[in-house]
Design a protein around this ligand. Structure first.
Ligand SMILES: Cc1ncc(COP(=O)(O)O)c(C=O)c1O
Length: 399
């Protein structure tokens, strides 16, 4: 039987090749600056070994059983406390639910909000997984341009004034994937006011928010305007992706709809994961471990940043993240990051070309560099190799 013949239209569109490349890992023999995988040195295996053994032994009827779609009551209560501590604003219990990671939260939002052909605004560039997820539901995507201060609110205002009405705006305000940029406080205030004025829901993805190098954080969009924002959170970057755990905080009616939509996905997030994170968090481990993760990523960035400054030829620019795992590098016009990839592989370095992160073209001369996985010495070598590849293109060959 030719099973491929049975594939749906959606399936035939296939996985974005760049996402497939990221998930497959960097080519053998290269220094990979591709994935946004957290560094395994940040995984709290000792603490988890003790907690997991205890849970499996003492409460199999809870931790190994199905649970409610909105999440285990005790874990939701813990999340209310955690969100209140992080955001300075307390969500009601019915304004919060547990999801199976950040991606599932986006999927539940799509299931609940999108009909084919609906408009969705995203940042240009934005997270590849979100682009794929939104396209799966037939969304028509528009990219809002960004500068060093994050998405350009004035640009969005002009579009809204001329009648554009997206179902929602998707934004990653901190240490954005892929650009590493952070939305300023002034723009946050302007954005929530604008979206309130035009009735546009904001989907705020805070995947990297807790990974600022200095531990500081700006108020979230949800904390500024809980009436127009739904926040999608994940434990993947501050704990470990293997637990597949996240949350949604937003207006109660929307959270009730997302919980109901979860009946058509996995029905409930893993109870063992929920109990693990709850016990881990209540024991104070986040407070103890997160500073180490922040210091690790900062030290990696300092090494990469110094190496880029030392080796990159004139005309190459990159963003200056203050947290998270990514910087966004722009080569002179005419250079193409996809075309350079074979030479980069040959030189032993891997990155993600920029164009797939844009929904409406552009980014050919840009690329995402992740500094999460390589150590400081490797990042120095990777930057030198990459600079060599860029320099090797004769200026006559630049279109
Ligand atoms: C911005 C952003 N949101 C969401 C996710 C997905 O998170 P999760 O692993 O919880 O599905 C990622 C993962 O890379 C991400 O970068």
């Amino acid at each position: 039987m030719d099973v491929a013949q049975l594939f749906s239209t959606r399936a035939r569109a296939g996985v974005d090749p760049e996402l497939a490349i990221i998930l497959a890992g960097p080519p053998p023999g290269t220094l990979g600056m591709t994935g946004g995988f957290p560094n395994p040195a940040t995984f709290p295996s000792e603490e988890l070994a003790e907690i997991a053994a205890r849970l499996v032994q003492d409460e199999p009827g809870l931790a190994l059983q199905y649970g409610p779609s909105a999440g285990l009551p005790s874990f939701r209560e813990y999340l209310v406390e955690r969100v209140t501590h992080l955001e300075g604003r307390e969500p009601a219990l019915d304004e919060l639910m547990v999801t199976s990671g950040g991606m599932e939260c986006l999927d539940l939002l799509c299931r609940s909000l999108l009909d084919a052909g609906d408009d969705v605004a995203v940042e240009g560039p934005t997270y590849l997984g979100a682009i794929m997820g939104f396209r799966d539901y037939g969304a028509r995507l528009t990219g809002v341009p960004m500068d060093a201060d994050g998405l350009e609110v004035a640009w969005l205002r002009e579009r809204l004034e001329s009648g554009y009405r997206p179902k929602f705006l998707y934004t990653i305000p901190e240490f954005q994937n892929p650009s590493g940029r952070t939305l300023t406080l002034e723009r946050r205030r302007a954005l929530v006011e604008l979206c309130r004025e035009y009735g546009v829901l904001i989907v705020e993805d805070v995947a990297y928010k807790e990974l600022s190098f200095d531990g500081s954080q700006l108020p979230s969009l949800w904390a500024l305007a809980p009436d127009v924002v739904v926040q999608a959170g994940t434990f993947s970057k501050v704990f470990c992706p293997g637990t597949r755990l996240g949350w949604a905080v937003g207006p109660a009616a929307l959270i009730a709809q997302l919980s109901s939509a979860k009946g058509g996905t996995d029905q409930c997030a893993g109870a063992l994961s929920q109990r693990l994170v709850e016990e881990y968090g209540r024991a104070g481990h986040f407070g103890r471990r997160l500073p180490h993760a922040r210091a690790l990523y900062e030290s990696h960035w300092v090494a990469l940043s110094a190496a880029l400054a030392r080796h990159m030829p004139e005309g190459v620019e990159w963003s200056e993240p203050t947290g998270g795992m990514f910087t966004w590098l722009r080569m002179p016009e005419g250079l193409d990051a996809r075309e350079l990839r074979p030479a980069a592989t040959e030189a032993g370095v891997a990155y993600v070309p920029g164009s797939p992160f844009y929904v409406d073209g552009g980014g050919a001369n840009e690329m995402r560099l992740s500094y999460s996985s390589l150590d400081e010495a490797q990042l120095g070598i990777a930057a030198e190799r990459l600079a060599g590849v860029i320099q090797s293109v004769p200026s006559a060959a630049r279109r």
